[in-house]
Design a protein around this ligand. Sequence first.
Ligand code: PBG
Length: 324
Amino acid sequence: MSFPTLRLRRLRRNENLRALVRETSLSPQHLIAPLFAVHGEGVRREIPSMPNVYHLSPDELAREAEEIAALGLPAVILFGVPAHKDPVGRENFADDGIVQQAVRAIKSAVPSLLVITDVCLCEYTDHGHCGLVRDGEILNDETLDVLGKVAVSHARAGADVVAPSGMMDGMVAAIRAALDGAGYSGVGVLSYAVKYASSFYGPFRDAAQSAPAFGDRRTHQMDPANAREALREARLDAEEGADMLMVKPALAYLDVIRRVRERFELPLAAYSVSGEYSMIKAAAARGWIDERRVALETLLAIRRAGADMILTYYAKEAARWLGA
Ligand code: PBG
């Protein structure tokens, strides 16, 4: 059958028909809201390069969590801005560290809201790198012990899932062993398995104050030119016991999301990162694009590529637009 008998426009004639044949869905239940925790009380400070995203103190995070849950969003992912930085990042595994305080505040306000914590060294170390550093080199194996300690500390505070983002080889196995050893076998691991050395993280590094003091992240994060290597990264983390995988960034890596989706059974997350968010915000502020439509189209595209869930700074706004 072909034209004129075949007419593809027949199924696009009205919204009910279009809804009936729609292949991809997007709803608040697919979205995870990133949150930035800072010390203090009553702190709600907008991040200049990320309009409508805030640094929040634990009391404000509790209020934010209530709003997020009321919008039908299932989960948040927490990043911490510590009071002090040192070569090891001690606040990262301190019981009264900022993320630990934030987890407890959110969990006591809304016990059912899932709390995922980012597990990495870069926000806590004075050199801003994702691992321990010796003679200018980012150490792999020595860093794994610290990551295990951080994960256990987050679990003790009440985190449901930990998300290692440092791209150290062996990080998932080290964290799984540390969690199980400390009695947290129910705490899951969402691995940033496929994380590229991307320039789209610019605004985040302001937000988390985590820009490296020297060098860059290209000795551990992936080369944006590589897609087959993404499958090797995903396989390594799946074999080490990751419960869920992540590809990051999202929009410039839809092909990678698709490939990982087709090759692995694990639930797949995609992180629509700070630069993706800020580009839409900036263009919308100038009246060059329709913010709501562009943001929702972007999220839909990430779902269509194969992501089960999306970490996005648009989570709350999207939930409102989608009419939770
Ligand atoms: C590392 C981490 C980064 C992001 C999430 N976790 C920054 C980096 O690797 O430099 C970036 C997130 C974003 O840009 O939105 N802890």
